[in-house]
Design a protein around this ligand. Structure first.
Ligand SMILES: Cc1cc2nc3c(=O)[nH]c(=O)nc-3n(C[C@H](O)[C@H](O)[C@H](O)COP(=O)(O)OP(=O)(O)OC[C@H]3O[C@@H](n4cnc5c(N)ncnc54)[C@H](O)[C@@H]3O)c2cc1C
Length: 474
């Protein structure tokens, strides 16, 4: 579709959020250019992405989902292990999830997702410009001028920062806010990002004892493993560890290869399943990396004509697999609101402000809830809180409830307004709802769920309280 509106959006960052936004704008006849700092759009970084129904439905609307899952092993079974390799529970949650929502849960190389997002732009791929590091953004009376490190300049009516956790657009947004006497707000935002967990992750070749379609989660003291097994036994693996303390934004550590090797050494003998120690996976790794996991949920997602989506405003820990899926949702929602704006033949800065405010008001509570749940899960899996310590004993009795909780998040997901819901999204046993019907919230209160879960769990393990207390304090 060729541009039909007179709005041009400059997207900074050509990854999950930026490329998805490009597709969504294209479907709404809104012009765009993507400025990506790297030299290639889909490098292999050894990272993986799990696609969940909220993100998959939008990619299905865009005609990308089928290509994405071709040849990908859908997930079938989850296994939950203790740190000593005892089986806590197993279930066929991913199969049930597909029956409920119409989409299989599937894990794949992140590179594949980026490649499909890019190639599906077809003739519009020329609008994705690489080696374009944005360094500054100027406010114009009716737009923005984006400056790149190579001296090139791009103008538009709006700039969208899809430039990840160290977002240049967010920095520039803060500068604009300070110029409008919002220093206190900016000071607050600047202290928002912290990091308490790190993650060693990678891809390994087939490992004996690990079967395609299986997901293994290990809940241990201060750390957790996640291993997902795809076609031909490819293993996407993660070791999440609680760090010695919570780091604030300016002190968040970066890790070298040596740091990673030293860190991993004490976990090699730890079980990922009852029969597979971590060493078996690690020695088959074809990619490995170590990162501090930043957590930040900002209050301001736009100012003037500068907007941020994805990790640049809602960076969450990856245990729940929602970072990219939420970024996809947010991109679609932003496009929905911009489409409404551009329906009118002329709009002033105040119309743009109102449009962005409406978008933020609708989408922020939902993504905020997902963000908080992701934080909780990381801490539960590493048994870092009392809830986490108890959880392991309650898990066998709570599986349906936990699945219901995940379903509640899925059914209120955003989609693109300009395209019909895909057939696949209509065949699940639990229909999707309109995000606005649920007032931007997921279908259940987080606190209520946690409380309910604890109550049911306490009743369920009442007979076993002595063992529970013994294990909690030993
Ligand atoms: C170990 C790990 C596992 C994960 N697993 C999952 C999962 O299973 N499911 C899931 O949903 N999420 C997962 N996530 C989260 C997911 O990767 C992110 O949420 C997602 O990539 C966010 O996309 P984004 O486009 O907002 O930002 P990014 O992917 O970070 O992309 C930002 C882009 O902007 C570019 N850029 C940065 N600065 C500039 C600049 N100044 N000028 C121009 N370009 C710039 C970068 O080069 C990059 O291409 C995981 C994260 C980690 C760390």
């Amino acid at each position: 579709m060729e541009p039909t509106s007179n709005l041009k959006v400059v997207i900074v960052g050509g990854s999950i959020a930026g490329l998805t936004l490009a597709h969504c704008l294209l479907r709404n006849g809104i012009d765009f250019v993507i400025l990506e700092s790297r030299g290639e759009v889909y490098p292999q970084e050894g990272a993986a992405l799990g696609m969940l129904p909220n993100g998959s439905r939008i990619l299905d609307q865009l005609g990308i989902f089928d290509d994405l899952i071709e040849g990908v092993q859908p997930l079938r079974k989850c296994w939950f292990w203790s740190g000593t390799g005892e089986l806590i529970a197993e279930d066929d949650g991913p199969v049930e999830f597909e029956m409920r929502h119409g989409y299989c849960s599937a894990f794949m190389d992140r590179q594949l997702v980026l490649e499909k997002l890019y190639s599906k732009l077809g003739d519009h791929r020329g609008r994705v410009l690489v080696n374009k590091k944005t360094v500054d953004i100027e406010n114009l009376p009716d737009g923005v001028r984006v400056h790149c490190a190579d001296g090139s300049v791009y103008e538009g009516g709006l700039v969208v920062g899809a430039d990840g956790v160290r977002s240049t657009v967010r920095q520039s947004m803060w500068k604009s806010m300070e110029e409008h006497n919002l220093q206190a707000e900016v000071e607050n935002e600047k202290t928002t990002m912290t990091s308490e967990y790190n993650c060693v992750f990678g891809i390994a070749t087939a490992t004996p004892g690990l079967n395609p379609g299986d997901v293994h989660r290990t809940y241990a003291e201060g750390y957790s493993f996640l291993a997902i097994i795809g076609s031909e036994g490819r293993v996407w693996w993660f070791l999440f560890t609680k760090m010695d303390r919570k780091y604030s934004h300016s002190e968040i550590p970066r890790f070298s290869q040596k740091d990673m090797d030293e860190h991993v050494a004490s976990y090699l003998s730890m079980p990922v399943t009852g029969s597979v120690p971590f060493s078996e996976i690690y020695e088959r790794a074809i990619f490995r990396n170590m990162l501090a996991l930043e957590e930040s949920l900002y209050k301001h997602w736009f100012h003037d004509r500068k907007v941020c989506i994805g990790d640049s405003v809602h960076k969450m820990t990856p245990n729940m697999g929602q970072g990219a899926n939420s970024a996809i949702e947010n991109a679609a929602m932003l496009a929905n609101y911009l489409a409404k704006l551009t329906k009118s033949s002329s709009y002033e800065s105040e119309d743009i402000r109102r449009c962005l405010q409406d978008w933020q008001t609708t989408v922020q509570p939902r993504i905020g809830e997902i963000w908080h749940s992701a934080c909780d899960l990381t801490r539960i899996e590493a048994k870092a809180t009392l809830k986490g310590k108890i959880f392991i004993y309650l898990l066998p009795y709570m599986q349906t409830m936990l699945l219901n909780k995940q379903s509640a998040v899925m059914v209120t997901a955003a989609k693109l307004d300009c395209l019909p819901p895909p057939a696949r999204s209509l065949r699940g046993s639990i229909p999707f709802k309109d995000l606005k019907q649920s007032e931007g919230k997921t279908d259940n209160g987080r606190k209520g769920m946690v409380l309910g879960a604890l109550l049911v769990g306490f009743v369920a393990v009442g007979w076993n309280w002595r063992r529970l207390l013994y294990r909690l304090y030993n």
